[in-house]
Design a protein around this ligand. Structure first.
Ligand SMILES: *[C@@H]1O[C@H](CO)[C@@H](O)[C@H](O)[C@H]1NC(C)=O
Ligand SMILES: *[C@@H]1O[C@H](CO)[C@@H](O)[C@H](O)[C@H]1NC(C)=O
Ligand SMILES: *[C@@H]1O[C@H](CO)[C@@H](O)[C@H](O)[C@H]1NC(C)=O
Ligand SMILES: *[C@@H]1O[C@H](CO)[C@@H](O)[C@H](O)[C@H]1NC(C)=O
Length: 392
């Protein structure tokens, strides 16, 4: 499973790379900054190397505004998968390099109309528990220090001027979207009350749903992550005091109690969740889900019905989240994809996905700047003709 997750992630990176074209790439390649001062704090990647981030400074009207984007890339749930991860850029800064800033991180107004001139940061993900673990495994020598990495990087950014931000947005995609949910109120707490602070979770609405064989597969997987990496102590106590800590790693059990304004952006047919939570290889044998899980066009009517049930579950969770706070925002489109703020074609392009003619960058901007309320829930598949679907 771990291996497949990694492949999925690499494909995402490759798509994104090809997308930009070589000219654009050199234009927006951003150097890696390693945080050596994090080492004495024990804020290290799985293999003990220092954590890192990339930054482009803001200018003009954006000079005092900060966008902090948390990198995603799955999780590791046991010694074996964490050891493997520690030999990649998702577990060790030895393998990290420059990165390409595009979509929500782009510095061009025509690609990123509301945030292009802000200070923009991507925080690299090298702990394997959405920046929320705390522990050390003597047997493997692996460090589980996601929470410390979070704190060390935030401290570094505060020292670079984020402490006097007028406006700030914490974002993240996939495991980074979950991290944005988990850390949203911590992020808010860094700033004085007059700073406007909000959070965006893209493709972070991982649901505690049953898989096609009737098991709670993702719940078992998350149980491994939470237990191995000592995550429970960093989850909101108002959740862990009333239910099993593993359940508190699921956004549905914590988003309604986040105090900071939050925006959930998610595809109703999230392809990561279809492939690794609803129809994982372990649950499908050689059965009819083998092709449908990779390409919705190969699903029969009963499989589509199962996916409609999943969408219903997601829209119910989303609706309840929206009702929980007047400052929340929502964009749940009926597409088969995963992560729409990190790709130029889905974030802000001529034919980007939209609901009621409103695209994703515009929706997030309208919500962030109070230009309008944003509560967009798409009609069910196959009504949306604006999707950029991922099929294999
Ligand atoms: C850690 O492992 C070493 C040997 O690998 C052992 O000597 C030591 O007692 C262990 N420490 C703990 C706290 O388990
Ligand atoms: C979502 O589905 C799960 C079963 O997989 C169920 O336990 C839960 O109550 C559902 N939630 C909502 C909000 O419909
Ligand atoms: C929490 O839930 C997980 C997954 O269902 C289970 O394996 C674990 O034993 C539970 N922990 C406790 C303390 O009940
Ligand atoms: C949006 O409105 C809220 C509530 O009135 C206010 O606190 C906040 O400062 C406004 N945000 C922006 C970006 O104007």
């Amino acid at each position: 499973m771990k291996f497949l997750l990694l492949i999925g992630f690499l494909v995402l990176i490759l798509t994104w790379w090809v997308d930009g074209g070589v000219g654009a790439i050199t234009d927006s390649m951003v150097e890696l900054t390693l945080v050596q001062s994090a080492i004495p704090k024990g804020a290290v990647c799985l293999d003990g190397t220092p954590p890192g981030y990339h930054i482009q400074r803001g200018y003009g009207s954006g000079a005092n505004n900060w966008l902090v984007d948390l990198e995603g890339g799955g999780w590791c749930n046991n010694r074996r998968s964490c050891l493997f991860r520690s030999t990649t850029a998702l577990g060790s800064s030895k393998y990290m390099d420059k990165t390409y800033f595009s979509a929500i991180l782009s510095n061009k107004a025509e690609e990123n109309p509301d945030f292009y001139n802000w200070n923009r940061v991507r925080v690299r993900y090298c702990d394997g528990a959405s920046f929320a673990g705390e522990g050390y495994d003597n047997e493997s020598g692996l460090y589980f220090r996601g929470q410390r990495i979070w704190s060390a990087i935030m401290e570094e950014l505060m020292g670079l001027g984020m402490s006097s931000a007028q406006q700030a947005l914490l974002s993240g995609c996939s495991a980074g979207g979950l991290a944005s949910v988990l850390h949203c109120d911590n992020f808010r707490a860094l700033f004085p009350s007059q700073t406007i602070v909000k959070c965006l979770a893209d493709a972070g609405l991982f649901l505690d749903y049953v898989d096609v064989s009737g098991l709670h597969g993702l719940r078992s997987f998350y149980d491994g992550v939470v237990t191995l990496q000592g995550v429970a102590q960093n989850l909101p106590e108002r959740c862990t005091s009333r239910m099993n800590a593993t359940l508190c790693f699921f956004p549905e059990n914590i988003v309604n109690e986040i105090e900071t304004p939050m925006f959930l952006l998610n595809a109703a047919y999230d392809t990561w969740q279809i492939q690794y939570s609803l129809a994982p290889v372990s649950a499908i044998q050689d059965g009819p889900w083998k092709f449908c899980r990779l390409n919705y066009a190969k699903c029969d009517s009963s499989q589509i019905e199962f996916l409609q049930g999943f969408r219903k579950n997601m829209t119910t969770v989303a609706e309840s989240f929206y009702q929980s706070k007047a400052t929340n925002g929502l964009f749940i489109n009926s597409c088969f994809t995963h992560g729409q703020s990190v790709l130029p074609d889905t974030w802000y392009g001529n034919n980007s996905p939209s609901i009621a003619n409103k695209g994703i960058a515009q929706s997030v901007g309208d919500w962030y700047f109070n230009r309008s309320e944003v509560k967009l829930i798409d009609c069910p598949y196959p009504c949306d003709t604006t999707c950029h679907n991922l099929v294999t």
